[in-house]
Design a protein around this ligand. Structure first.
Ligand code: SAH
Length: 463
């Protein structure tokens, strides 16, 4: 809650260094400050001499509370401070107690001041020092000219409101200006040019100028740190997101908070929304002028049906962008310490789907069973028995190493390693959870040396 305290009467009891800091904050915010203390820090005396505050050099009296809407208790006595807090609360005032946040009813956060833009950081009283450290970091990160940008936006707000109808259009217009040329110009100190550009955009604004767009974004295999910068940027500029089971909560939490979230399922047995409906919905929402995020696990063009979705968009003339993601094979292999190719073991790598169709898996077994290559199987858990049996039947040695990576790259990652003839039994003993990825080939043995990813919740990885 940001409260306007302009011309509000504030009382600070105490005039030491802490009281001084809080007094300055109240002055900056425009409050009319009275400081009461038997003795005052010379800087507090200076503030009084310069007429920024009224200073009363005497002990606090209960009656002093009466006229104050904001009270700061900052004497060096805990009891006195608590007494003042009790009186203030009784009188209906807001009270802040120095070094004792629970005794009062408001705290003063650390501030990054780019007025009219303010960023407040609070640890809820747990650690003011941590708040200040964080404040310093954010402060260094935000150009001072953001203040100018905020002022400019404030000045043009009414004009834009009357020209651009509808909150969605207006928001889009602002995002375009502040995140685009106008913002850039202000941040470079070219204020006049920025104003000219903004005025031109307003004058040439056409009501139907805003087109919807679809972003088909690969969210990677689970770890949010594996998102690309572009994925993250688009995720924070959308009106609606369609996501499925493979997209982790940690990633979904990074999507703009007020974007509408639509779950479209896609578990083996749970197709919350059939593919055709998804395709239609993307078109429909984009045609309403929305920015639509289609968030997919891994990479959208690898076993993701991303191609089908944008085919339909292209047919309807809807603009779209595709953002690649780290595919499960790459993510799981890295986090399991299994290089997919290696000069001594494997010169090729095949990605195949083990998805069952009519209770069988139709793959080119002959090609998969070749030596000196790595085979990665997506969606292969249910058909695993069928797969290993066929590979052995087509000449792959039964001792060939195989790894199953479950929930790869997440804190729950589990890796089960075996050989073609032992893996099915090992899996049945270890209760792995979907999604799982299978990696077959000599490279799996490298995990003994290269396994680096450990988490608290995956201690019992089977070797
Ligand atoms: N487009 C996705 C693949 C979708 S198919 C990509 O590029 O990764 C779904 C299959 O991907 C799952 O059945 C599983 O085999 C694999 N998969 C996706 N994420 C995974 C993860 N975190 N761990 C293990 N396998 C995963």
């Amino acid at each position: 809650m940001f409260v306007d305290v302009h011309n509000t009467s504030a009382l600070v009891v105490g005039a030491g260094p802490v009281a001084l800091r809080k007094t300055r904050r109240l002055i900056d915010a425009g409050a009319k400050v009275t400081v009461i203390a038997a003795k005052a820090h010379n800087k507090v005396q200076q503030l009084a001499a310069e007429k920024h505050i009224t200073l009363l050099l005497r002990p606090f009296e209960e009656n002093d509370i009466k006229t104050a809407a904001i009270v700061v208790a900052a004497t060096n006595s805990i009891e006195t401070n608590r007494h003042i807090a009790t009186l203030a609360k009784h009188a209906g005032a807001q009270v802040n107690v120095a070094n004792d946040p629970a005794a009062g009813n408001f705290i003063m956060p650390s501030l990054i001041d780019r007025s009219p833009l303010l960023i407040a950081v609070s640890s809820g009283g747990a650690s003011p020092v941590l708040s200040r450290l964080l404040t310093a970091r954010i402060d260094a990160f935000i150009p001072t000219r953001f203040a100018k940008l905020a002022t400019l936006a404030g000045e043009y707000r009414q004009q834009i409101k009357s020209k651009v109808d509808g909150w969605r259009e207006r928001r889009r217009f602002w995002e375009h200006q502040l995140g685009g040329q106008v913002g850039e110009l202000v941040l470079q100190g070219r204020q006049q040019e920025a104003e000219t550009a903004l005025q031109q955009s307003i004058d040439s604004y056409q009501a139907d100028g805003i087109q919807g767009e679809v972003y088909l974004v690969g969210a990677g295999p689970g770890d949010p740190d594996l998102l690309s910068f572009r994925a993250l940027r688009l995720m924070q500029h959308v009106d609606v997101v369609f996501h499925d089971r493979l997209v982790s909560k940690a990633i979904l939490d990074l999507v703009k908070p007020d974007a509408e979230r639509i779950y479209v399922g896609k578990q083996r047995s749970d197709h919350a929304m059939p593919q055709e409906t998804i395709n239609e919905q993307l078109v429909k929402h984009a045609k309403l002028g929305k920015r639509v995020l289609r968030l997919k696990g891994g990479d959208p063009f690898i076993f993701g049906r991303g191609g089908e979705e944008i085919e339909q968009l292209a047919e309807h003339g809807v603009a779209f962008q595709v953002v690649p993601g780290v595919t499960a094979a790459a993510g799981c292999a890295s986090y399991a310490g299994i290089p997919l190719t290696h000069r001594d073991h494997s010169q090729a790598c095949l990605f195949v789907t083990g998805h069952l169709k009519d209770n069988t898996v139709n793959l080119n077994w002959q090609a998969l069973a070749q030596p000196r290559q790595t085979v990665v199987i997506y969606m292969g858990l249910v058909g695993l028995k069928h797969i290993v049996t066929n590979l052995m039947k087509h000449g792959m040695p039964s001792t060939t190493p195989i790894a199953l990576v479950s929930q790869g790259t997440t804190p729950q990652q589990q890796v089960v390693v075996g050989s073609l003839d032992t893996i099915v039994e090992r899996i049945s003993l270890s209760k792995v959870k979907a999604p799982t990825l299978t990696i077959i080939g000599e490279v799996v043995t490298l995990r003994d040396k290269l396994n680096w990813f450990h988490t608290d919740s995956s201690p019992n990885n089977t070797q």
